[in-house]
Design a protein around this ligand. Structure first.
Ligand code: AMP
Length: 175
């Protein structure tokens, strides 16, 4: 299955969730068993030789890719969620959006200090969400061994906010 096929299966939805945004909808990939498998394999393969201790998946579409990757890599899985969704004791951090701010949380006991964590989400846009999730991992004493995305919106330069981390993205959208 070619990269182009994965790329062409990401559907652009214009003006969602608001005017001027082009939403990258990954639903067609999930609907194709072959494409979903190919995505999970390509995102996981670089880590097969030395798997992480835990995958940290970001709310909500990161859960879809992160859980299948954890199964393939034979590692643990934990969630970074929007504020108020996790039932146990949490640590939280906030980050700035274009207007206002957002808060994300992780369970206090989500990972053991010193563990190697691989962070997973569907889309890298400005990098604020992934940066906040990386901060949470480090607040718990974890080590971010890499951050993987299905798709990167390169024109938003999210990598700048993730400076110093190893980043893998399968699809790069330049404009
Ligand atoms: P950011 O913090 O700006 O990097 O935004 C990343 C988060 O917002 C990810 O969890 C994505 O799922 C979501 N996101 C941001 N922009 C888009 C987009 N154009 N299409 C789909 N999801 C997006």
């Amino acid at each position: 299955m070619s990269q182009l096929t994965i790329e062409s299966a990401v559907r652009d939805i214009r003006d969602f969730p608001k005017q001027g945004i082009v939403f990258k909808d990954i639903s067609p990939i999930l609907q194709s068993p072959a494409l979903f498998k190919e995505v999970i394999d390509q995102l996981s393969d670089p880590f097969m030789a030395a798997p992480p201790d835990v995958i940290v998946a970001i709310d909500a579409r990161g859960f879809l890719f992160g859980s299948a990757m954890a199964y393939r890599l034979g590692c643990g899985l934990t969630m970074v969620r929007k504020k108020g969704k996790l039932p146990g004791k949490t640590v939280s951090t906030s980050y700035d959006l274009e207007y206002g701010s957002n808060q994300v949380e992780i369970h206090q006991d989500a990972l053991v200090a010193g563990s190697r964590a691989l962070l997973v989400d569907d889309v890298l846009a400005t990098g604020g969400t992934a940066r906040a999730a990386a901060d949470l991992i480090e607040m718990l004493g974890g080590q971010v061994m890499g951050i993987v995305f299905l798709l990167e919106l390169c024109f938003l330069d999210g990598r700048r906010r993730l400076n110093g981390y190893d980043i893998l993205s399968l699809i790069k959208v330049s404009g």
